[in-house]
Design a protein around this ligand. Structure first.
Ligand SMILES: [Zn+2]
Length: 72
């Protein structure tokens, strides 16, 4: 278990080809692409989930089954 400490401390954010984080505009972190951090990735994920949950749901809870009186 020997790791080169000198290579561990290198910030990997200043890549010229890195696109800016769509959430906050900071340079994207490689491991969180296309975001700059887990936080921004979470923000985007939350937006996505919120959007998914915002889809109008048709509830079949009030189906008038008893009103007909005759079951098939
Ligand atoms: Zn960000």
């Amino acid at each position: 278990m020997t790791k080169p400490a000198s290579d561990q401390d290198k910030p990997d954010t200043a890549s010229p080809s890195a696109k800016p984080c769509p959430i906050c505009g900071k340079p994207a972190e490689r491991r969180w692409q296309p975001f700059c951090s887990k936080r921004c990735a979470d923000v985007d994920l939350n937006r996505w989930l919120t959007g998914a949950y915002a889809i109008p749901v048709v509830e079949n809870d009030e189906t008038p089954e008893e009103e007909g009186g005759t079951a098939e």
